[in-house]
Design a binder for this molecule. Structure first.
Ligand code: DX5
Ligand code: ZN
Length: 219
C-alpha cells in the first residue's frame, strides 16, 4: 500500500493551521518536515520547522515524518523528538564513519521513533546496505536536497529498483521513501520501481483539492 507524506516546506505563510487541517482531512498519511540548517544544505528552515511541527502536534495526531538535512544530527534528533515524530530520517553523508551511523540509529530508536536513513542522488545505494537490518526506512532523494519544486532525476529510478530488489532478496521489511519532484507524472514510475512512501510538496500544495491529488498519487 503506497503512503503519501506531504512536505510542508513550501507552505504559504499565515495559512499554516488552515492548510494542516485541510491536509489531515484530505488523508495525507504523514506530514513531511524538511529540517534544514543552512550548512548541510543552503537553506535554513530550522526554527520555522520547529514552530510548524509544534503547531501540527497541537491540532493533529497524524504521523510526523522528520527529514533532517543538518550537520548536527544529534542535537536535531533531541530537539525534534519532543514532538514524538513517527519517523526521524538522517543523511548517511553527515556521518564520518560506521560507528557514527550506528550511534545515530541507536539514538533515534531510544527516542521512540522509527529510523530512516537518507542518501543524496550522488551517493551509491550500496553504501547503505550494511545498515538496512537496523533501520525501518530508506529515503532515496530524487532531487538534490535543499529546496522544493525541482524536477525528479530519472537516474534515481534504477537506484530505487536496485534497492527494492536487494531488500526482497535479503528478506528485509523496509519502507522505501522517495523525495523530490514527485507528481502525477512521476508517481507511477517511482512506485513501479518499488517506492511505497511518496513525499510530495509542490504537487500537493499547488493543487486546488488536496484530497483528489493525494488519492491520485496513491493509485
Ligand atoms: C528537498 C526536500 C523535499 C522537497 C519536496 O530537500 O527534502 O521534501 O520539499 O518538494 P517537492 O515535492 O516540491 O519536490
Ligand atoms: Zn524532504
Amino acid at each position: 500500500m503506497v503512503e503519501i507524506s506531504t512536505s510542508i516546506l513550501s507552505l504559504e505563510k499565515g495559512r499554516e493551521a488552515e492548510i494542516f487541517l485541510a491536509l489531515e482531512k484530505s488523508k495525507t498519511d504523514y506530514f513531511h518536515i524538511d529540517v534544514m540548517d543552512g550548512k548541510f544544505v543552503e537553506k535554513d528552515t530550522y526554527q520555522k520547522m520547529l514552530e510548524n511541527v509544534g503547531y501540527i502536534r497541537r491540532i493533529s495526531n497524524l504521523p510526523i515524518d522528520v527529514h533532517l538535512m543538518v550537520e548536527n544530527v544529534k542535537k536535531s534528533i533531541e530537539e525534534f523528538s519532543i514532538f514524538n515524530p513517527n519517523i526521524i530520517t538522517f543523511h548517511l553523508e553527515t556521518c564520518k564513519n560506521k560507528e557514527e551511523v550506528m550511534e545515530t540509529i541507536q539514538l533515534i530508536k531510544e527516542q521512540g521513533s522509527r529510523v530512516g536513513i537518507a542518501i543524496k542522488p550522488n551517493t551509491d545505494i550500496e553504501e547503505i546496505y550494511e545498515y538496512l537490518p537496523f533501520v525501518h526506512m530508506c529515503l532515496i532523494m530524487t532531487v538534490e536536497p535543499g529546496k522544493g519544486g525541482q524536477t525528479l532525476i530519472t537516474d534515481m529510478l534504477e537506484k530505487i529498483d536496485t534497492l527494492n530488489k536487494y531488500i526482497k532478496k535479503s528478506n528485509l521489511e523496509i519502507d522505501i521513501e522517495v523525495d523530490g519532484g514527485i507528481n502525477l507524472k512521476t508517481a507511477s514510475r517511482v512506485k513501479e520501481a518499488g517506492a511505497n512512501i511518496l513525499v510530495a510538496g509542490t504537487a500537493i500544495l499547488a493543487a486546488t483539492d488536496y484530497r483528489v491529488i493525494i488519492e491520485e498519487l496513491k493509485m
